[in-house]
Design a protein around this ligand. Structure first.
Ligand code: ADP
Ligand code: MG
Length: 386
């Protein structure tokens, strides 16, 4: 589809092949870094259209010979020449349009530490990321008269070792529970009404600051936590205030998630107990996430959202009929990261795999045979509420 974007007006695409696809899986390869170049760490990833090849080095000492070539294909592949705007236009902008139709949409950045998740999501001053690009569009769309009854609410929090911390409140500890109607509530989460993208940028800065410094002292290494930016469109009442706490007033919901480094999920054998526990938690959440996304595609009656805090806070998005999910798998191009890259690509491959045969017969989800998860499978016996 061709997208037309100008400063004051956004036209929606006339036709989009992804229109009916609830899950889109993309891969983004970052450029070789200066450090990698100086170490003669070669680029082992080649991309052609929507296929990607990984040349697995034979020996770490002889990087010119390859034993195996692994080939993958995804919905979209971005290479080192792609910028954040291209990723935005192709991956996130369709979500923004769906959000304004009242959908619950989610965009994840998955991958090992250093692969480019934060660069994609948050971006830099010179190269604004998906947060910024989406917010600019959101406030342009919001200015249209047909959306004047809606307010844009922002919350920004992180999940670290199964605990939630509000990044807009000095990284204060908050709790997440299901109420009597089995709706998930995050008690005490700050939701700020914003009128301009600039308002939000300020909030993001505040959140990023809290993420790295915090008030609790013992702060999470950001590679070990999931950062979640939630943007909600809510119906405003006559007094121009929304019933912030009441989910019934939510029209659309957009969640951007900068996941913990996927390599941390392997820390379960680490010598340090704390690190091991964090690793197990990350492992659990990434497995649960994969299964929840797969369940979305399958219209499963058993979405395992209770498998982790991460998936629990996204329950309404997973159970919504109008959900859309984009997963961006960020990868490093270098030979030295090849193993992690293959793990990331296999994970992404699993997420999109079932789409081809999603015609009816349900398959049993298998993630929870993994020993890292001790969750009772009976807990998932829950019908769709929406
Ligand atoms: P992660 O959040 O996955 O740990 P970062 O986003 O922090 O990784 O990226 C690691 C480094 O690589 C940063 O210095 C970042 O600026 C750089 N980088 C990542 N992706 C790109 C890209 N597509 N183009 C240029 N530099 C990138
Ligand atoms: Mg990061």
């Amino acid at each position: 589809p061709t997208w037309k974007v100008c400063m004051n007006e956004i036209e929606q695409p006339i036709h989009s092949t992804e229109e009916n696809s609830r899950i889109v899986v993309c891969v983004r390869k970052r450029p070789i870094s200066k450090k990698e170049r100086s170490k003669n760490d070669p680029d082992v990833i080649s991309t052609v259209d929507n296929t990607l090849q990984v040349f697995e080095p034979k020996l770490k000492v002889d990087l010119t010979k390859y034993t195996e070539v692994h080939e993958f294909s995804f919905d979209k592949i971005f290479n080192e020449e792609s910028n954040n705007m291209m990723v935005y236009k192709n991956c996130a902008q369709p979500l923004v349009f769906a959000f304004f139709k009242g959908c619950k949409v989610t965009c994840f950045a998955y991958g090992q530490t250093g692969a480019g998740k934060t660069y994609t999501m948050m971006g830099t001053n010179e190269e604004p990321g998906l947060y910024t690009l989406a917010l600019q569009d959101i406030f342009r769309l919001k200015a249209k008269p047909e959306y004047s009854h809606l307010g844009v609410y922002i919350s920004f929090f992180e999940i670290y070792g199964a605990k939630l911390f509000d990044l807009l409140n000095g990284r204060r500890r908050i709790e997440c529970r299901e109420d009597a109607k089995q709706r998930v509530r995050i008690i005490g989460l700050e939701q700020r009404l914003c009128n301009t993208a600039q308002d939000v940028f300020q909030i993001l800065e505040e959140g990023a600051q809290a993420r790295s410094t915090g008030s609790t002292g013992a702060n999470a290494d950001s590679s070990r936590s999931h950062a979640i930016l939630q943007i909600q469109l809510k119906h405003m009442n006559d007094k121009s205030t929304s019933h912030e706490e009441d989910p019934a007033y939510t029209f659309g919901k957009l969640s951007f998630i900068d996941l913990a480094g996927s390599e941390r999920a392997a820390d379960t054998t680490h010598s340090d107990r704390q690190t091991r526990m964090e690793g197990a938690e990350i492992n659990k959440s990434l497995l649960a996430l994969k299964e929840c996304i797969r369940a979305l595609d399958q219209n499963h009656h058993h979405t395992p959202f209770r498998g982790s805090k991460l998936t629990l806070v996204l329950k309404d998005s997973f159970l919504s009929i109008d959900s859309r999910t984009v997963m961006i798998a960020n990868i490093s191009p270098s030979a030295s990261n090849c193993e992690h890259t293959l793990n990331t690509l296999r994970y992404a491959d699993r997420v999109k795999e079932l789409r081809k045969d999603s015609s009816g017969s349900r398959r049993q989800s298998c993630a929870f045979s993994n020993s890292a998860s001790s969750v009772d499978s009976k807990e998932y016996d829950e019908n769709r509420k929406e």
